[in-house]
Design a protein around this ligand. Structure first.
Ligand SMILES: C[S@@+](CC[C@H](N)C(=O)[O-])C[C@H]1O[C@@H](n2cnc3c(N)ncnc32)[C@H](O)[C@@H]1O
Length: 325
């Protein structure tokens, strides 16, 4: 079985042997897998469908977040046969050498590491049916309150980007929403939250007067958390797993976005460009988008390839808001 998170977005998945099982938390990877002769599963790394002691090997290029790596290592021990191997891969800065040690200790086995240029391949075999104390995974499966909005908890969980905080850039965007909405000829009714995470911008848009909100993200954990927050805050909105909003057909009066500029461990503006291209496609004529990005991201330049009107409307020294029409 291969465990594929965003690090494998650009991998050549056709290389996988027919019949291999792939577990992914990214809808873009799941869609690419759908045309291949593989057994794939999209979800928040839910291993319930995999029987205990059933797998010969699991390959896993380690994720960026420690809680995810520990969660997957704990589940792998359970699903591997005795003698089965967990094969980890990652560059030095992923923490792979520490994982070799900690996961090896948990399995009660020696991790065998091989260096390939700046990457490591680590093999840990399951020596027997009983492991040591499970690795700390920040209670991966469960949603928990992060902060309150109007006395209602906003829930989040490990596995989604910046899960345990309120993003400073998103706060800046939310504070500017009244001004943004007042720039329309009449109050916009529909909004798309592109790359919604746990749905903070959607919740704020609804509080600001938006009647119909749609939220989308490519990450399974984000979809789970956003859906829970819509339910908990009485928001009758849609939550859609999608890759940069590429399969959404409706058009929106306005669009809110705090786009990613990393894919896994590397910086990647191609992703930002795909967000911008879909933002243009998904706005109705006369619609407007409000993006927030780190000050150093050249969003204005990139956005001018897609929008005629590009204006930096706020800048706080760390983040800037860019309005596109
Ligand atoms: C900077 S976070 C913003 C999260 C949220 N909007 C907020 O304000 O807290 C960027 C979000 O984009 C999502 N994302 C990354 N790649 C994506 C893709 N290809 N399609 C859709 N969403 C993606 C991430 O999962 C993450 O939730």
């Amino acid at each position: 079985m291969l465990v594929a998170d965003e690090n494998l977005t650009d991998a050549d998945l056709k290389m996988l042997a027919a019949g291999s099982r792939v577990m992914t938390n990214r809808i873009d990877i799941a869609r690419r897998l759908a045309s291949l002769p593989l057994v794939s599963q999209f979800g928040d790394f839910d291993f319930n469908a995999i029987a205990a002691d059933s797998l010969d090997s699991v390959c896993y290029p380690v994720s960026k977040e420690k809680a995810v790596v520990h969660h997957i290592a704990n589940l792998c021990f359970h699903c591997l046969k005795t003698g089965g191997e967990l094969v980890l891969a990652g560059a030095r800065q992923t923490g792979i050498r520490t994982y070799a040690r900690t996961i090896g200790d948990y399995f009660g086995a020696r991790a065998i590491a091989e260096k390939h240029r700046d990457c490591y391949r680590v093999v840990i075999a399951k020596p027997g049916p009983v492991a040591n104390t499970p690795l700390e995974d920040s209670d991966y499966d469960n949603l928990r309150p992060i902060f309150n909005l109007d006395d209602l908890p906003v829930l989040s969980k490990p596995g989604l980007f910046g899960w345990n905080k309120l993003d400073q850039g998103s706060q800046l965007l939310a504070a500017h929403l009244p001004d943004f909405f007042s720039g329309f000829e009449r109050m916009p009714e529909t909004a798309l939250d592109l790359g919604c995470g746990y749905g903070y911008l959607s919740l704020m848009a609804v509080r600001g007067g938006i009647e119909q909100v749609t939220a989308t993200d490519n990450c399974a954990a984000a979809i789970i958390a956003c859906r829970a927050n819509f339910d908990g805050h009485g928001v009758d909105g849609r939550v859609i797993a999608d890759d940069c909003g590429g399969e959404i057909e409706s058009k929106f009066d306005c669009l809110l976005c705090n786009p990613p500029f990393h894919q896994g461990f590397s910086r990647d503006y191609r992703l930002t460009d795909r967000f911008l291209a879909n933002a243009r496609r998904l706005l109705r004529p006369g619609g407007r988008a409000l993006f927030v990005v780190n000050q150093f991201v050249p969003l204005e330049k990139r956005a001018s390839a897609f929008f005629r009107s590009v204006a930096t409307v706020v800048s706080d020294g760390s983040f800037k808001l860019v309005e596109l029409a």
